[in-house]
Design a protein around this ligand. Structure first.
Ligand code: ADP
Ligand code: MG
Length: 339
């Protein structure tokens, strides 16, 4: 088995691009650009809770960083520096091919989003990964959950529920045809954080509030509404997904669950003044990301969401999203539910 130091040297030491000092000393050194604020986030992935223990290592490497990038996207920040902590059981620490594949997936994501890995920690233990990610944003520009205002429109990027459908496919709870099947598995295994969208929304002052959908649309939008002391109306028939599910063997309950409570999508939900509607559509066209207006914010009880069907009747969804510490129900799966 390689020593801890050999393992770090072989797999996790790469030249840093925009850091003063990277991996190899007692600590790293970075220098933020003048006028920038530092935005920091951390997320942990634990075997059996966030991924199945036999998951593909390259996908895991990608995803450990991608879920953190998504949090910076939701703030509107530009990602810069990452710390990576690994707990490895003996069989994984001894498995050079597994480690190389994990590192390859991690650095594929780091290279895509120009992130420097500048340090971390490596220890023996039950398989788990933790990333701490630092980004930069011009002072005062960050998109806060608390900044939604009455009369704002509510927008969502991309398509909802793909990752949850991918998990259902992998667990044989539905049977998807191509090309939906590959799209769903890719959404689950290689989520694409919406960094460019978040930056543009913050930079151009287009959005007021934003969040990334990691626990499900209703739960995550609920966080914006609670922090902003506001209510929302959502139109179920406007949610971007229904068309894609057509012709597939997905029962209606699973489809609704994927749309409203599906975690792991890492799309951005954001609110913006109605006067910027056309600018937001133009931004979506420029970035080639579908952006869909799905509802409006109103003054009212904090956190409440009125979900309307195509006829304007109020719907009452069964479940809001995933909560690690909620009492177990028949709906609660163990692995790969949330990050
Ligand atoms: P110390 O004992 O001083 O904490 P370590 O032996 O833990 O130092 O780490 C040595 C160097 O390797 C440090 O620069 C640390 O940040 C880096 N490092 C450790 N584990 C990882 C990892 N998984 N990925 C990247 N860098 C790591
Ligand atoms: Mg250490």
């Amino acid at each position: 088995m390689p020593s801890e130091f050999a393992l770090i040297e072989r797999h996790f030491k790469r030249p840093a691009r925009h850091s003063v000092l990277g991996v190899g000393d007692d600590a790293a050194i970075v220098r933020p650009a003048p006028g920038m604020e530092i935005v920091v986030t951390t997320d942990m992935l634990v075997a059996g809770t966030h991924f199945l223990p036999d998951a593909d290592p390259a996908d895991l490497g990608w995803k450990t960083l991608a879920v953190n990038l998504s949090d910076l996207a939701a703030m509107g920040a530009l990602p810069r520096w990452a710390l990576l902590s690994l707990a490895l059981p003996a069989d994984k620490a001894a498995d050079e091919a597994w480690l190389a594949a994990y590192a390859e997936g991690f650095f594929a994501c780091a290279d895509t989003f120009a992130v420097d890995l500048i340090g971390g920690d490596t220890t023996r233990g039950p398989l788990a990964f933790n990333v701490t990610l630092f980004g930069e944003i011009p002072a005062g520009q960050a998109l806060l959950r608390s900044a939604a205002r009455p009369a704002d429109e509510i927008w969502i990027s991309g398509t909802l529920g793909l990752a949850t459908l991918g998990l259902a496919q992998r667990q044989a709870r539905c049977r998807l045809m191509e090309p939906l099947r590959s799209a769903c598995l890719r959404a689950l295994d290689r989520p694409q954080p919406r960094i460019a969208l978040g930056r543009a929304l913050a930079q151009d002052g287009l959005a007021h509030a934003a969040i990334d959908v990691s626990d499900g649309l209703l739960a995550d939008l609920g966080h914006i509404l609670e922090r902003s002391q506001a209510t929302a109306t959502l139109h179920f028939d406007r949610l971007p997904a229904a068309v894609l599910y057509c012709g597939n063997d997905v029962d209606a309950r699973l489809a609704t669950d994927c749309l409203l409570g599906g975690g792991d999508d890492y799309e951005l939900a954001f609110t913006a003044p109605a006067a910027r509607h056309e600018d937001i559509l133009a931004l979506g066209a420029r970035l080639q990301i579908p952006l869909t207006c799905i509802g409006t914010v109103a003054a009212g009880p904090a956190g409440r969401i009125h979900l309307l069907d195509a006829d304007g009747r109020e719907m009452s969804p069964a479940r809001r999203g995933y909560d690690h510490f909620a009492p177990a129900t028949a709906d609660t799966d163990t692995a790969e539910k949330k990050t």
